[in-house]
Design a binder for this molecule. Sequence first.
Ligand code: CDP
Ligand code: CDP
Length: 226
Amino acid sequence: EQDRINIAIDGPAGAGKSTVARKVAARLGYIYIDTGAMYRAVTLSALQSGIEPGDLERLTELAGDLKIELSPGEHGQTVWLNGSDVTDAIRSREVTLRVSEVAAVEAVRTLLVDMQRQLAIRKGIVMDGRDIGTHVLPDAELKIFLTASVQVRAARRYEETKHSHQVSVEQLEKEIAQRDKMDQERKVSPLLRARDAILVDSTNLSIEQVVSQIVELSRTKMAEAK
Ligand code: CDP
Ligand code: CDP
């Protein structure tokens, strides 16, 4: 039995983090944790309660009262907000357009980071987000910074959403670039490659190629951790 490790996967929107993290976790028998889903759940709740992300006092109070749970589902992870299944609702365009504002609020981050660290106390976790390698799990044995060109990321997202005919690929690209910029420029734990993170550029890689590369790196780290 090899020793279990923790794996942190960070990177910009649409790089493939959740797709790849879920598959890596399945292959290793690890638990996958999508931290973006938590920021999305807080955002959904704020929108439902008519709270603006700029209203720090009410937002902080709201976040403190929320019960967010993640459970393994058929296609990835089911997300529960105060007992309701919000797995689909947190992916809405409204939430996507506002989530980076909510995620820039320090009090919200402090609450969620605490939860994330609690979930990773026992090793054997694959966690994806923006600040996992830099801040949430700085001791993770394997850190990946997964990226791809913004054009490819927008095109992949477009493929996922085109049935709904909501937005053009050009518009999606603009929105992704804007969200990346906010995530990179915020004061608290911005999106940043950790010094010890391995850069994986998936622009020209298939999902399977990225997954096997990360699984291989994990096996090396597990052997070292032994
Ligand atoms: O899946 P997608 O790339 O669209 O986004 P996500 O991973 O669901 O994250 C949504 C947003 O939550 C990001 O744009 C960040 O603003 C925020 N986030 C964060 O600040 N820190 C994390 N660890 C994860 C997400
Ligand atoms: O979590 P993140 O926002 O980084 O990306 P995602 O939600 O996993 O979305 C990435 C999309 O690109 C999914 O539709 C994947 O099927 C697709 N894709 C990928 O993830 N990796 C590749 N190497 C190629 C395509």
